[in-house]
Unconditional design. Structure first.
Length: 332
């Protein structure tokens, strides 16, 4: 406005500049700042989503290596699991006379629930059995297997009933498996004496009663700890089969037991997705383990190896019993 009270025109304002009351800050600049800040937030959100996706992929990958219920150190977990599978394969290959009895108690030291160990181990046993049959294609006793099978089916039913009664009571299942491991260790420690006594006796030809009784106990044992070895050893040793026929006979009996267990374990939920995922990588260790056992069985005496295995079996079994009793007493 001029001194005489008249307003300046639009053109005059443009010529003389802005009035003192009008802001000199450009309008678009705050929008640019807000736009850049928004782009930065979007970038951070994308990075956060990417990091979360990486974490999820890492967790998924770990589930293929270690059971999700276990917080055991991953390196020690892989080492113990690999050792358990190799020992199982060596035993299946015929070396070490029941060395595979160590595998389940050893695997249970990794913090994996007992039922999950049993579920994960069944496919591993079947893979080992298949390669054992390839190593001993014709050496086996049909009569010995035929006498065991009827009782074994009843034993599997009994074992499943016992296993079902332990559902939700992990400590009692651990105590049971640990106690069986201790019994097996004691048996194998006395096996040499049994073999010496049998050397002077003629070959035994069992009947249906003995075969059914042995099969019943073997069937229950194979459900509860995947270890019917001691029972079948007591049954087969007096029959004085040669070494290859002994291994071939046990292999065929075990593969029949394990095939029967598969649908039953699926029905009971013992085999599920987590158990299959974390055990899948172990399957590749089965063929070299069986091959090693078969190779050693034909060439060297297993006496030193057997002593180490049964000492470890006694230690693992004792720890399972101790941990189970402690959990039962403390309510853990």
């Amino acid at each position: 406005m001029t001194g005489d009270g008249t307003e300046l025109s639009e053109e005059s304002r443009g010529m003389h500049g802005e009035t003192p009351h009008e802001s000199k800050t450009p309008g678009p600049r705050p929008r640019v700042r807000f736009y850049r800040r928004g782009r930065s937030c979007q970038r951070q959100a994308r990075l956060a989503r990417g990091a979360q996706a990486c974490d999820n992929h890492a967790m998924d990958f770990m589930d293929w290596i270690r059971h999700p219920a276990s917080d055991f150190n991953i390196v020690l977990f892989v080492a113990l699991a690999a050792a358990a599978v190799i020992v199982m394969g060596v035993g299946k290959g015929g070396f070490g006379g029941g060395a595979g009895s160590l595998s389940v108690p050893l695997m249970m030291q990794t913090g994996v629930p007992a039922r999950s160990v049993l579920g994960a181990w069944l496919p591993i046993l079947l893979v080992c059995d298949i390669f054992t049959l390839r190593s001993y294609p014709r050496q086996w006793s049909r009569r010995a297997v035929a006498l065991l099978v009827p009782g074994a089916l009843g034993g599997i039913a009994i074992g499943l009933a016992v296993l079902d009664s332990f559902k939700g009571r992990e400590h009692w299942l651990r105590i049971t498996i640990g106690a069986m491991a201790l019994v097996f260790a004691a048996f194998f420690a006395l096996r040499g004496r049994l073999e010496k006594r049998l050397e002077e006796e003629p070959a035994w030809r069992p009947g249906w009663l003995a075969g059914t009784a042995a099969g019943l106990v073997a069937g229950a044992a194979t459900v509860l700890c995947h270890s019917a070895g001691p029972v079948t050893t007591v049954y087969l040793l007096p029959q004085k089969l040669d070494k290859q026929s002994f291994v071939g006979t046990t292999a065929r009996f075990y593969v029949m037991l394990n095939l029967v267990k598969v649908p039953l374990f699926l029905w009971q939920g013992i085999i599920d997705e987590p158990t299959l995922k974390f055990s899948a990588w172990m399957w590749v260790l089965c063929p070299p383990g069986v091959w090693l056992g078969s190779w050693l069985n034909r060439r060297i005496s297993p006496s030193g190896f057997v002593r180490v295995i049964y000492v470890l079996l006694a230690i693992a079994g004792g720890k399972l019993v101790f941990d189970g009793l402690r959990a039962a007493l403390t309510g853990g």
